[in-house]
Design a protein around this ligand. Sequence first.
Ligand SMILES: Nc1ncnc2c1ncn2[C@@H]1O[C@H](COP(=O)(O)OP(=O)(O)OP(=O)(O)O)[C@@H](O)[C@H]1O
Ligand SMILES: O=C(O)[C@H](O)COP(=O)(O)O
Length: 463
Amino acid sequence: MSTVSVAQMKSWCEKIVKGREAAPDLTLGDYLSAVPSLDSLSDVPAGTVVLVRGDVDAKPGASVGEGDIRLRSMVETLKYGIAKGWKQVVFGHIGREPEKSLDKVAKRLGELLGQEVPLIKDWVDTDANEIKLAAAEAVKAAEPGSVVVLENTRAYDIERVLWKAKVEELEALAPKLAAFANSIAEHLTNVYVNEAFSAGSLDVSSVVVPAVMDRVALGKYAAGEFNGPMQKCLKTDLAVFSGIKIDKLDDMEAMIARGTIKQIFASGSLAMAIRKAIGMLDNEPVCLGAAEDPANSGAPWYIPPARVEQAKAIVADGREKGITFTVPVDSVIEDGSAKDTLTPSDQQLDIGPKSIEHFHNGVGDFIEKNASGGAVAFHNGVFGMFEDPKFEAGTKAWIPELKRMKDAGVEVYVGGGEGGKALDKYGEPDWVTHCFTAGGTVLNALGSEPVPYLVALKMAAEK
Ligand SMILES: Nc1ncnc2c1ncn2[C@@H]1O[C@H](COP(=O)(O)OP(=O)(O)OP(=O)(O)O)[C@@H](O)[C@H]1O
Ligand SMILES: O=C(O)[C@H](O)COP(=O)(O)O
């Protein structure tokens, strides 16, 4: 059995926390070729306990097929393990709140696998940060070919300690993390599979536990997504960035640097930075309203001056490369009215009718120039606060544009998360070529930072 020392754990976590700084030159392909496939575990004998970091952040509805797409994504891998006679222990998070339970997830997994999937509720001793022996005994007692689920990893503080950790804090965290990982290796197993495509946060179950595993592998679904549709998106011609998270500009920059993008559509709140930048470059000043008032610097929709500067550099560089930028030309504000020009107190919550038409024309232009050549379009995010009917019009009008592109011969890919929810709400699955089950992971894979769990799996494989 492997164990990890406190010093080794500290150094491991440093590499995880520093993310891309640690290996700025590596591409997604470098990670994928370093991470073993599930088939590499074919010699693992029946009866072995195998830990599966699962994509269990799901809301199963009344019947199979409802709200369980992420659970269905795990079935091939779990059936492989069942056929091998492994005792598979699925663990992972649901939502962000510690109180959430995986009880419905375990039940639905049971329905999908055609066998009972028990949930082990209480499995971490939070004083020692170790596996509870009763939980480990329950796993050991399970029959070969069984699947059990451990309760929500985020029920325990240890799962979340790296989320916001600074490198200076790792010295203090390393002993706890080493104790936790070593107790998993000692009492559960040292064989680990990651089949949690969407789990892109610095969760300990995704990025720390592999430090103490002797054998690791990427699950069949996750590997298929990275090696299939993601490869198409790496060569996208049109990238649509929308939503509220302004750090998506970093991903836009990285995607442009890859050299295939011809057109960028930016919408939603984050497009305000690009809109302002274009105004500055073209000497047509644009007011962003409340989004540029430093009094709102704590709001998720605040656009800091540094992001406008970044947007200016992106647009200037993009124009030199011949990339066209399509951005909103009007906004819907708090009272539901549309305005071409914001006043300093207005908050943008959706794009207006003129912008809807502008994006419609932009799609027409893209189709005319590209569709015959089998072009690729990638869409991320939403165009406004679409959960509120007052601010849904932009997103609702956009989703059919995805269908229009696909019908014209464009391959259309949608990053999951909110963009996927909007496709669900306003469209049909076959309106696009492929919709990912993850938002953040897809942007990481395509954008500026590596996927944290791929970093961890690569390090584990190379130990
Ligand atoms: N003006 C706005 N424009 C866009 N989204 C907004 C706006 N105001 C609030 N939001 C909210 O922000 C969320 C979308 O943000 P964003 O797309 O960045 O999230 P996300 O979870 O990262 O999605 P994805 O996973 O698709 O990237 C939605 O809940 C949306 O309602
Ligand atoms: O819903 C998701 O995108 C995944 O479960 C990741 O969730 P997180 O952003 O809370 O880590």
